[in-house]
Every structure is written in structure tokens, then in C-alpha cells.
Design a protein around this ligand. Structure first.
Ligand SMILES: CC(C)(COP(=O)(O)OP(=O)(O)OC[C@H]1O[C@@H](n2cnc3c(N)ncnc32)[C@H](O)[C@@H]1OP(=O)(O)O)[C@@H](O)C(=O)NCCC(=O)NCCS
Length: 170
């Protein structure tokens, strides 16, 4: 066998399950520096108006993303990728799947999200799908490193179909 072979992780994208709760909490603790209430993930996994996707690589949960389908908007509620798995297109893939689902479910509804205003990686991710800033919510997030707070940037994407297509066309 060749010495230069490339090992490719087995990647599975699937719906989040109740058994993922601990892994999801760990992922978000690292990614966001925030601990969600215990019932946060269980609730999101059970609801029919929420699409919650996870990615396993070699049977390890390494990424997740979540969209809430509300009456007038589709809301990206969470995207997080394990540090060891970043910059390999996982958030890109999950966002594309969320937007595809939004197009199928509610093509005319805009997508919205909130992101820490200083989160340059996430803002760049969302901009790459065509999300544009439409407001600021002051002092929205507590800072884990101090007693201060951080503002949230509110972003919107009027046409989810265009957003999903924009990334696929790259
Ligand atoms: C933001 C985050 C989800 C990106 O995940 P990722 O899988 O590394 O992102 P991808 O590899 O799919 O990158 C997709 C695009 O996002 C942007 N991006 C991702 N990481 C970036 C970084 N460190 N700096 C600048 N842009 C970045 C780029 O536009 C990138 O496209 P490109 O590769 O063509 O440049 C990840 O860094 C993370 O989990 N951070 C902590 C949690 C978080 O902040 N979540 C978002 C707010 S809810």
C-alpha cells in the first residue's frame, strides 16, 4: 500500500437526537463560551418547527446547526464547529442545508439571525450566503472572560434560495 495515502474521515450529516445532548452542550461551551440550560437542546430536538442538524466524523459529533421556522421568518439559531474541525467547510455545508430546507418549507420567508458583532469568522460565514446587517442589539451577550457584554449584529437574508445558490455556485 502507498505510504502517501490520504485518510478521509467518514462524515455523516443527520438530525440531532436526544442522545447528542451532552456532546452538543460541550460543543457550544467551547464555541460560544456559554452554557445553555439543560432542556435547551432536548427542546430543540423534539420540536417540529426546528431543524437541528449534526455532523459526525468517525462517529464523533463535530458540528451542528439549527434553524427555527417561525411564522414570518426562518431563524438561524445556532451554528458551531469543533475547533479541530474548523476551516474544512462544515459550517458552509450545514448553512447550505438549512437554507435549502428554508426554501422548501417557506420560500418567501426571509432568514434572520443574530451574531456577536465581534465574531468575524461567523459574520464572514453569513455574509458569504448573502446575509446583510440590519440592526444592532446592544449588550446582548455576556462576555465569558469579564463582566462586560457584547453587542449582537442582526443580519437578514431576504431570499434564502439566492443565498443557498450563491454558495453552491462558488
Ligand atoms: C464560525 C464557525 C461556525 C465557522 O465554521 P467552519 O466550519 O470553520 O467554517 P467553514 O470552513 O465552513 O467556512 C465557511 C466560510 O466562513 C468564513 N470563515 C470561517 N472561519 C473563518 C475565520 N476564522 N476567519 C474568517 N472567515 C471565516 C469564510 O467566509 C469561509 O469561507 P471560505 O472558506 O471560502 O473563506 C466556527 O468558527 C465556530 O464554530 N465558531 C464558534 C461558534 C460560533 O461563533 N458560531 C457562530 C455564531 S452562532
Amino acid at each position: 500500500m502507498s505510504e502517501n495515502r490520504t485518510v478521509v474521515a467518514e462524515r455523516v450529516v443527520r438530525l440531532a437526537a436526544e442522545t447528542d445532548t451532552a456532546a452538543l452542550r460541550d460543543l457550544d461551551d467551547v464555541g460560544h463560551g456559554t452554557s445553555w440550560p439543560d432542556d435547551y437542546f432536548a427542546d430543540s430536538i423534539e420540536r417540529s418547527d426546528v431543524l437541528h442538524l449534526v455532523v459526525d466524523e468517525d462517529a464523533q459529533l463535530v458540528a451542528h446547526a439549527c434553524m427555527h421556522f417561525e411564522d414570518d421568518v426562518s431563524r438561524v439559531a445556532n451554528v458551531a464547529v469543533a475547533e479541530s474541525a474548523r476551516r474544512r467547510g462544515l459550517a458552509d455545508m450545514l448553512m447550505t442545508q438549512l437554507l435549502d430546507a428554508a426554501v422548501l418549507r417557506a420560500p418567501a420567508r426571509p432568514c434572520v439571525l443574530e451574531v456577536r458583532a465581534d465574531n468575524t469568522a461567523a459574520v464572514a460565514l453569513y455574509r458569504s450566503f448573502g446575509f446583510v446587517p440590519c440592526g444592532i442589539r446592544r449588550d446582548r451577550y455576556p462576555l465569558s472572560s469579564s463582566s462586560g457584554t457584547s453587542d449582537a449584529l442582526v443580519m437578514t437574508l431576504d431570499d434564502p434560495a439566492m443565498g443557498a445558490a450563491r454558495r453552491k455556485d462558488r
